[in-house]
Design a protein. Structure first.
Length: 201
């Protein structure tokens, strides 16, 4: 029954989300610093999304590692602190279409990506990443309000660049709100707790 409801919701959300303009987030305007000074928390509201345990670093912060190899446009990319889960949230459903993902140091690691709507997991996928260069992954997570990224190796980080996202325009949010009402009373799945700030540790 739950799968049928999710399928119906996706059919409603799809046209609404398609009204939004897809944006490629390259993390190139979070800071102008270079080297390790470029390590900066991605601020809340950046590109209309909230970023938990996600930081930017320039390609010269850690030369010869996946931090450098994972930069696929300009000079900056994002990474998760301490290898702990990274979380993207929004107040209204959005779509995560694709992205480029690299392991920071591991030659072979895997990354799990889970999409949630109102606390219910509606998408999940796992794929391999390495530190030699990025893996371009098509996700097509439509109509989610939370996306969680988890390394298989919890001691290592991943690098992300050029995330293609689509955030609904205000005119389409009314339709999205009506569609999501069906989930307000659904049982919520617990999301991971946020890790400590690596800059303050």
């Amino acid at each position: 029954m739950k799968r049928l409801i999710l399928a119906a919701l996706a059919s409603i959300l799809g046209p609404a989300l398609s009204m939004a303009q897809a944006t490629v987030i390259g993390f190139d305007d979070v800071t102008i610093d270079t080297g390790t000074d470029s390590i900066t928390p991605i601020p809340a509201g950046y590109d209309s999304l909230d970023w938990n345990n996600l930081y930017t670093a320039s390609s010269d912060a850690y030369p010869g590692t996946g931090y450098a190899a994972g930069v696929t446009s300009s000079d900056y990319a994002a990474f998760n602190g301490y290898g702990a889960p990274a979380i993207i949230t929004a107040s209204a459903p959005f779509s995560l279409i694709s992205g480029n993902f690299t392991a920071a140091y591991d030659t072979s690691d895997s990354l799990e990506v889970d999409g949630y709507l109102n606390g219910n997991e509606v998408y999940t996928t796992t794929f391999n990443i390495g530190d030699a260069g990025p893996t371009t992954e098509t996700l097509n997570f439509d109509g989610v309000d939370t996306v969680v990224f988890t390394n298989a190796d919890s001691t290592e980080s991943f690098v992300a660049d050029d995330l293609a996202v689509s955030v609904p325009e205000p005119a389409s949010l009314g339709l999205v709100g009506l569609a999501t009402m069906a989930f307000l009373r659904r049982r919520r799945q617990t999301l991971p707790a946020l890790p400590p700030d690596p800059i303050e540790a």
